[in-house]
Ligand binder design. Structure first.
Ligand code: BDR
Ligand code: CA
Length: 299
């Protein structure tokens, strides 16, 4: 299996991605770290604990990270994900408390336990936790093999401004640090995630599958419809990160040098002359991606 650490702000689409990674045994989920994003940190942390609990995975450590961005005030998406972050879908109480070492400590611990480069970080929210690790524990950070992050937009209109996507706009300074850092980054922007859409028919398929992960995902996606004006389909942003980790052949990527506008058009990705190359997903075989996701949730 592929060893992953999930960094996340659940969040309905985060929850579906997490359930998929916990259900499909081709992933070995080493830990989950929470970050403020869709909703505040206490809620995203509790949701992580609840998702592990419902999947019977009290063995997976989880820890709370940044309560806000490195600079500025941050954003939230309460309008879409609700005050509980999960659109009213209830989860059992966490089986265990979050690890008191916090996200940086948890990341460092996992990174010290796996071979150099063996851990893939699946980043589903603002990049604050990763930037803090890069700043405060650069040697631990450099042990990460690869970061796959949902964020940004290249040609699509933004969802946090005309050119800005929520995760990047929530903590642009952190995104800039991660993009400029030593760990290879694969970015999944809105250009791709808006193509991977769940329909109401998919909910029937998921419910018929009958596993806990599938039925709960159906509840999450149904709630995701309620919070939105889109009535026939909804983009599954964050699960695309898991799909990229497991099935990269479903995506077409373009190498780009990008920096993040932190001042004027905050969160906008702009071409850059220097800095590392980022692999940006620009195309996806959406039917195959959805099929793989539904199968994994049913396994
Ligand atoms: C991203 O923003 C959040 O609301 C979603 O969970 C996803 O990570 C999409 O722009
Ligand atoms: Ca998210």
């Amino acid at each position: 299996p592929i060893r992953v650490l999930i960094d996340t702000d659940p969040g309905l689409d985060d929850a579906v991605g997490i359930l998929y990674a916990l259900a499909d045994r081709r992933f070995s989920v080493e830990a989950i770290t929470s970050v403020a994003g869709n909703i505040g940190l206490p809620v995203t942390t509790r949701n992580v604990g609840g998702l592990l609990s419902v999947m019977g995975r009290g063995d997976v450590p989880y820890a709370a990270g940044a309560a806000g961005p490195l600079a500025g005030d941050g954003l939230n998406e309460v309008a879409i994900h609700g005050a509980d972050g999960l659109g009213g879908v209830t989860l059992p109480d966490p089986l265990t408390a979050p690890d008191a070492v916090g996200a940086s400590g948890c990341l460092a611990k996992v990174l010290s336990q796996v071979p150099m480069g063996a851990l893939t970080v699946l980043a589903l929210g603002p990049l604050s936790n990763l930037a803090l690790l890069a700043r405060d524990a650069p040697e631990a950070y450099a042990r990460i093999g690869r970061i796959i992050a949902m964020g940004g937009t290249i040609e699509e209109r933004g969802n946090a401004g005309p050119h800005a996507e929520f995760n990047i706009a929530s903590d642009p300074v952190a995104a800039q640090m991660v993009f400029a850092g030593p760990v290879p980054v694969t970015l999944i922007p809105l250009d791709v995630t808006r193509q991977v859409r769940a329909t109401t028919e998919d909910l029937d398929r998921l419910n018929a599958t009958g596993t806990v992960a599938a039925k709960l995902s159906a509840d999450m996606i149904r709630a995701y419809f309620v919070g939105s004006a889109e009535r026939t389909s909804r983009p599954l942003h964050d699960p695309c990160v898991m799909l990229m980790a497991l099935l990269p052949e479903l995506f077409g990527t373009r190498p780009m040098r990008l920096s993040v506008d932190c001042v004027t058009d905050v969160g906008r990705l702009v071409p850059s002359q220097n800095g590392p190359t980022i692999d940006v997903a620009m195309t996806v075989d959406a039917p195959a991606a959805l099929d793989a996701l539904w199968r994994g949730l049913g396994s």
